[in-house]
Design a binder for this molecule. Structure first.
Ligand SMILES: [Zn+2]
Ligand SMILES: [Zn+2]
Length: 104
C-alpha cells in the first residue's frame, strides 16, 4: 500500500495505515488489511520457546528438578540470548509437564 500523497510505502499503525514520510493516514479497507500485513518485532513468542518447540525430541536430557511439578528430568539446550555480550543461557524443558525455564 502506497501513500497517495507522497508515494512512500505505508505501514499499519493502530488499525490505520500510516505514512512515515509525510504523516498521511488512512483507514484500512478489508482487502488492504490482508495484503499489508507487517510483522512487528518484539511481539512474537520468545525465541527460546520457539526453538524448543522445534527440536525438543533431539535435545539431551539432564537430571534437574522442574520448578513447577518437581519431576527430576528435563531437556536442556544452551542458547545465546539476544545481544552477543549477554551471558549464555541454559534453557530447560521438563519432560513431564513441558514447563520451560532458564538458568543463567
Ligand atoms: Zn506520504
Ligand atoms: Zn515439570
Amino acid at each position: 500500500m502506497f501513500c497517495p500523497k507522497c508515494g512512500s510505502l505505508m505501514f499499519p499503525e493502530k488499525g490505520r495505515l500510516h505514512c512515515n514520510s509525510c504523516g498521511y493516514e488512512r483507514s484500512f479497507t478489508g482487502k488492504d488489511a490482508v495484503v499489508t500485513k507487517v510483522t512487528k518485532p518484539g511481539k512474537e513468542k520468545p525465541a527460546e520457546t520457539l526453538v524448543l518447540d522445534e527440536i525438543t525430541e533431539t535435545l539431551p536430557r539432564t537430571r534437574v528438578e522442574c520448578p513447577k511439578c518437581g519431576h527430576y528430568e528435563a531437556f536442556w539446550v544452551m542458547r545465546q540470548t539476544r545481544a552477543a555480550d549477554e551471558p549464555t543461557t541454559r534453557i530447560y524443558r521438563c519432560v513431564k509437564c513441558q514447563h520451560t525455564w532458564r538458568e543463567y
